[in-house]
Design a protein around this ligand. Sequence first.
Ligand code: HEC
Ligand code: HEC
Length: 274
Amino acid sequence: MTEEERTTPPKKPAGRRSQGILPAIIVAVIALAAAGVLIGFAAGHYTNRTTTLTTTSAAPAVPSTSQQTTAASVTPSVAAGAHTFVQFACAQCHGDRGRGGVSPFVPALSSIKTSLTVAQLEQIINHGLGESANPKKPYMPVWGEVISKTQVHDLVAYIRAGLPAVGDTQPVPVPAGQGAAVAGAALYVKYGCINCHGPNGLGGVPNPLSPDKTIPVLSGQGFRQQFNTDAKIAAVILSGSVIGKAPIVSMPHWGGIIPDAQLQELVAYLKTLK
Ligand code: HEC
Ligand code: HEC
């Protein structure tokens, strides 16, 4: 525009002058539009930057607190135990940090500390406790074939340390309002089904002393034929099995632990599998 003004002769004939208004308006409109786009872009860009800045400034605060907790007060073994406690769903039966409150049949672990020896705790975790045929009464599952020696060692260290708070150990969140199968997929991880039945129910976890030497798959033709109704799937999850004494891994009784609505979500998820 400035260049055009400079190159425009000072004295213009009236006709040419009015002719020049339209292009000037068009140029002005284009310029305004361009400015608008620029402002829009800048605004979007600035918003993005603000978000990024907020995230960066907020992020270090949380991990550094939990890192401090972990670094200052617990050993790596205790920290690993806290994660294993959530991964194997000990927390779903014994409560968050073993503080109980889930079922009258499942004791809190937070008062054990050193009242049980390392050997006693390892024995209970590896071989289970109170196996019961009563489907309404949960028992302590046999974990020996499923959990490694190191993991048992870490769990014992965590329990004997009094199950302290350790950062970033929250169980997987269960999405709400996204359908039963989506919630069920998260519950399959949250309740530790995945540790025994494998990702996607594909199995492959050994159970050497059981008749078929493996923990069953929850997918495929055989499973679908045997468990051909929702009710049958729900029933076996609730009542579990006692397929023999320790050290045979049995299906835990989830009756009294998993609420009905979540049970239906687990069934919906299992029906989406191969
Ligand atoms: C399906 C529910 C369930 C799950 C999952 C579970 N437990 Fe247990 N646990 C029990 C029940 C029930 C008892 C009580 C058994 C009894 O005394 O008859 C128990 C007992 C125990 C005891 C003995 C407590 C005491 O005071 O005698 C320990 C230790 C223990 N569980 C640790 C664990 C750990 C570690 C995990 C995870 C690897 C775990 N539990 C997972 C149900 C469960
Ligand atoms: C400690 C290991 C363990 C965990 C954890 C576990 N299961 Fe099982 N599950 C088993 C075993 C072992 C069997 C086989 C029982 C039998 O043959 O009587 C079984 C059987 C089943 C069956 C029947 C399949 C069949 O072919 O007999 C279903 C369904 C099932 N489990 C679902 C689940 C769900 C859902 C979860 C999580 C809420 C879960 N299981 C957690 C060990 C486990």
